[in-house]
Write a protein that binds this ligand. Structure first.
Ligand SMILES: *Cc1c(COP(=O)(O)O)cnc(C)c1O
Length: 341
């Protein structure tokens, strides 16, 4: 059996999604004439209660565009030290926007209003970079799929209002947060200036993200996306996949969450496991009793057909997704229970 738990980005389009892609009505989106892209943008904007949205080839480009539109070179943004924008976007914050990051050691990738307040440089102290933006991630990736309490986001919003800071959400997996918590999309739309969402993670579309914001923000974003080389032509084939994913794949994220939680329960009782971090959604992060054996453990499971990754610092990660079947799940649980390390 072949099982891929390296990421929820490995999913392939479902048969229904492929049908939707085949029959998509398309046009040239650089001329804003692709009806499927336009429909998707309107649908996502409305879902989150934002004025407008823009389709992107990647979540990275959507985040980088948001950072660019909120900041000027030399300024500083505030984020958690685990954040994707800092760790996994190739240094784009400094390369694309000329901005530095003031980092907080939060709780599994989540930061709070008090911590944000301590990181704001006084605007009249011209020696330090001007703080202009706060970026949150929900759910957190390196933080192990943790999601925010809305009350904390409200408190951060009010700090941002007080200090005139923009607030951006890296909501690559906001879909998982909403399924796990029951929080509604409009709550997030009301709290953030801009939100990026991924269709290519747990939702299972092959490619695509969106950036949501006011008409003014999205007008700026179109120009920035152009500069980044992200204008796509008949992107409607991809937009239709994304739209199908929202309608048909969103609910079943709860299955991914159940499997992740069962993986945690199973891993936790093994002698060779020191610690499994809390599992709130579809990401399981754990540590071996003897972390020197990380490579051996990964290789042993790989030989048995099970792939997952190390995130460094002795953190091993398994991510569940819609192509991880119940049959595969039972196989993995069995292997974990019988493995000798
Ligand atoms: C996957 C991901 C992104 C976007 O990544 P792309 O591979 O560029 O689509 C952004 N933020 C987080 C937290 C992610 O997990």
């Amino acid at each position: 059996m072949k099982v891929n738990l390296i990421s929820d980005t490995t999913t392939l389009p479902s048969p229904g999604m492929l049908d939707a892609m085949h029959t998509a009505k398309v046009g040239d989106d650089v001329f804003r004439e692709d009806p499927s892209v336009n429909a998707l943008e309107e649908k996502v904007a409305r879902l989150f209660g934002k004025e407008n949205a823009l389709f992107f080839p990647s979540g990275t480009m959507a985040n980088q565009t948001a950072i660019k539109l909120h900041t000027q070179p030399g300024e500083q943004l505030i984020c958690d030290h685990y954040s994707h924008i800092f760790n996994y976007e190739g240094g784009g914050v400094s390369f694309n926007s000329g901005v530095s990051c003031n980092m907080i050691e939060g709780d599994r990738g989540r930061i709070n209003a008090k911590q944000v307040e301590t990181k704001i440089n006084p605007p009249d102290f011209y020696h330090s970079p001007l703080s202009t933006l706060v970026c949150l991630e929900n759910t957190t990736n390196k933080g192990g799929g943790a999601y925010y309490d809305v009350l904390e986001i409200e408190a951060i919003r009010s700090v941002c209002n007080q200090h005139n800071l923009g607030l951006h959400l890296d909501g690559a997996r906001i879909w998982n947060a909403m399924i796990a918590s029951g929080q509604k999309p409009k709550i997030f739309g009301g709290l953030f200036d801009t939100i990026s969402v991924c269709f290519s993670k747990g939702l299972g579309a092959p490619v695509g993200s969106a950036l949501l914001g006011s008409n003014e923000a999205i007008d700026k974003a179109i120009r920035i996306r152009k500069v980044f080389g992200g204008g796509m032509r008949q992107a409607g084939f991809l937009a239709e996949a994304a739209s199908y994913a929202i309608d048909n794949h969103w609910e079943s994220l709860s299955e991914d969450h159940r499997k992740a939680s069962e993986l945690k329960d199973c891993l936790e009782t093994q002698d060779y496991i020191e610690k499994v971090e809390p599992v709130d959604t579809n990401i399981v992060i754990f540590k071996l009793t003897n972390s020197l054996k990380d490579t051996e453990f990964i290789a042993k499971l790989e030989a048995l057909g099970i792939r997952f990754i190390s995130m460094g610092q002795s953190k091993l990660r398994m991510v569940t997704h819609r192509d991880y079947s119940q049959l595969q799940h039972e196989y993995v649980l069995e292997i974990i229970k019988t493995l000798k390390l």
